[in-house]
Design a protein around this ligand. Structure first.
Ligand code: ARG
Length: 267
């Protein structure tokens, strides 16, 4: 099925602060390379028949390229992001305004949450990460707003600080994930919900392979996640490797760059 995504060109991409273990201010970055890699990602989606809208990047917000963090959109309702770190705070209102200007109903979050970084829609439920960024109180706020069950999952490894770095929705009822990124109780919840899940290796996870985007048929992923890609192909998915190595310096991959806009469904 055709998807609708929002992306933000990394024109002002750099690593000027460190808020996750992937970021290192002393390592040089190349914004023009980041833009080229990002354009390939965007064009890959368009070639698959998806719609990609773009939000204008803002100078001084180098992480704005990570559009997934900008909001969560379910049934056309926009739950705004409210960032944990002051360096990213201004991104929340910027994304919310983009939606409000286009006539979407937006809800200003009362609780700290980093959009689809931690709130992943899988079929009729929302899987919600906590532990590093999103406040569990935001899980309840999202449940009340969307009227969908929100399942809290505790992240325990700082390298996998957002849920979308440790788990990728594949279809309406299956996911891929890296079990050691989760608390023991959360692992049991995932085993119960997704007995057929694709289990990623440490190597896949370290390549941010789980920061992948599935449209139910095709999965766009980091090229180094070779084991994961092989497993996905065995399950019948078509895998598309897109190199986003420059953005990895900020701690993000394909999914981080991609905010899904789920329009209201007429029932
Ligand atoms: N530098 C960003 C941060 O630490 C990366 C965000 C990646 N986004 C994501 N959806 N995981 O906040």
């Amino acid at each position: 099925m055709a998807r609708h995504y929002l992306m933000c060109e990394p024109r002002f991409f750099t690593v000027s602060y460190e808020i996750n273990p992937w970021m290192d201010r002393t390592r040089p970055t190349d914004a023009s390379l980041a833009v080229r890699q990002w354009q390939r990602l965007r064009d890959t989606y368009r070639d698959l028949g998806h719609t990609v809208d773009e939000i204008e990047p803002i100078d001084g917000l180098p992480d704005m390229v990570f559009a997934a963090n900008g909001a969560t959109v379910v049934d056309g309702v926009v739950y705004s992001a409210r960032f944990r770190h002051p360096e990213r705070e201004a991104e929340g209102p910027a994304y919310q305004k983009w939606f409000a200007d286009r006539g979407y109903v937006t809800h200003t979050a009362a609780r700290t949450n980093e959009g689809e970084g931690d709130l992943l829609v899988v079929g009729d439920v929302v899987l919600a990460g906590t532990g590093f960024r999103t406040d569990p109180a935001a899980h309840a706020e999202a449940q009340e707003l969307f009227g969908r069950p929100v399942i809290s999952l505790e992240l325990v490894d700082p390298r996998f600080y957002h849920l979308d770095t440790a788990l990728a929705p594949l279809t309406a009822d299956n996911v891929a994930y890296y079990p050691p990124a989760f608390s023991p109780g959360s692992r049991r919840v995932l085993e119960q919900l997704y007995p057929e899940a694709v289990i990623a290796s440490e190597r896949d996870a370290e390549a941010l392979g789980l920061n992948a985007v599935s449209d139910g048929t095709h999965v766009v992923h980091a090229p180094d996640a070779v084991d994961l890609a092989a497993q996905l192909r065995e399950r019948g998915f078509e895998t598309l490797a897109v190199n986003t190595s420059e953005l990895l310096k900020g701690g993000g991959g394909a999914k981080c760059c991609t905010l899904e806009i789920r329009e209201a469904v007429r029932r």
